[in-house]
Design a protein. Structure first.
Length: 347
């Protein structure tokens, strides 16, 4: 293994000759090239991957997370990412070193072309695993303490413009499509929340949805969305309890209006997440609006509400965020708008 101090010194020797944003890429390349070397090439024949040992300890960690209140989805994400990471590192959990993790990060980004966001999520979950091992005193040293956080370039995500919204509305070909678009714009629901709304849940322009962390919150359906839902439901003749039901696997497509034919509507299952994503993407393609996906309606609703004066604390609550900083990430506020607000409110 290459001593981390030596590696840092090596990186610093090229520092005067490169731009700051190139230094991290160079360090990753050094991590890869020098991973198997000390003074001479390292011998790794004696390294044996003990997958069963890792699986046993990971299972204990997952049980602890579940007991702490993590959702099934979160626990499954931990299991998938940590198991995959340890398998790629190829060592028992108690033999993994900081250099192993650095090499993993560098290889995933530079050689496998994985985004820093993906690797960042993997390393964050691995760090949670090792923090638990240290807290439980299963390991005396946490190798993640010496691994730098993966720096991610955050791109500012755009909300739809008002013109985009009107184009999408005009591009709907069925009452069902109109209802989905209006509900997304009104409630700011996540797609997983949207598909689980039942018709009986909607009362007086409100309904309760189950969001992240198995937490319930109330969402509101404006007049435009209520009318769209009423017109859409008038076309349905089935008994599926969900607002947006799943299509059966029977032969015969039924076209875009398949939901009007009871035989093509699943009797009890809701529409799946992928089908909603595909539907809104298709509408966007029809009208020439790029990057149309369900979550962008959520960002758009919050941004537009803030622009017309809704306090950010209320915006945050409607989105189901516990931390207002999370809400701020969603907002698409231009520098011109910030300048105008500064002139209005700051003496």
């Amino acid at each position: 293994m290459v001593d981390s101090d030596f590696l840092n010194s090596l990186v610093m020797t090229v520092y005067p000759y490169v731009k700051g944003d190139e230094l991290q890429q160079i360090k990753m390349q050094f991590d890869i090239l020098l991973h198997d070397y000390d003074v001479k090439k390292m011998s790794t024949e004696l390294t044996v991957y003990k997958g069963g040992m890792n699986d046993e300890m990971l299972l204990r960690f997952l049980r602890a997370k579940a007991a702490k209140g993590c959702t099934k989805r979160t626990v499954e994400f931990y299991q998938k990412t940590i198991s995959k990471t340890l398998e790629k590192i190829g060592k028992p959990y108690n033999e993994v070193t900081p250099d192993d993790v650095r090499y993993y990060i560098a290889y995933r980004v530079s050689r496998e072309g994985v985004t820093k966001t993906t690797v960042g999520n993997e390393i964050r979950n691995l760090s949670s695993f090792y923090t638990w091992l240290s807290t439980e005193e299963i390991l005396l040293k946490n190798p993640m303490n010496k691994v730098d956080r993966v720096k991610q370039v955050r791109k500012k995500k755009k909300a739809f413009t008002q013109m985009d919204v009107e184009k999408i509305r005009a591009g709907c070909k069925t009452k069902r499509e109109q209802a989905i678009i209006e509900v997304l714009l009104s409630t700011w629901c996540r797609v997983t929340e949207l598909v689980n709304i039942k018709i009986a849940d909607i009362k007086d322009g409100k309904c309760t949805v189950l969001g992240k962390g198995d937490k319930y919150r109330e969402v509101f359906i404006n007049a435009r969305a209520q009318i769209a839902i009423k017109v859409y439901l008038a076309e349905r003749k089935d008994k599926n309890p969900y607002l947006f039901p799943k299509k059966t696997e029977r032969t015969g497509t039924g076209g875009l209006a398949w939901y009007t034919k009871p035989g093509l509507v699943d009797p009890c299952e809701p529409m799946d997440k992928g089908s909603v994503e595909s539907l809104v993407r298709d509408i966007g393609k029809r009208v020439g609006v790029d990057n149309v996906h369900p979550h962008r309606f959520r960002r758009t609703g919050a941004t537009m509400a803030l622009r017309v004066g809704m306090p950010i604390l209320q915006v945050s609550k409607l989105m189901g965020h516990e931390n207002i900083n999370t809400t701020q990430i969603y907002l698409d506020i231009s520098s011109e708008e910030l300048e105008a607000s500064h002139a209005k409110y700051v003496v």
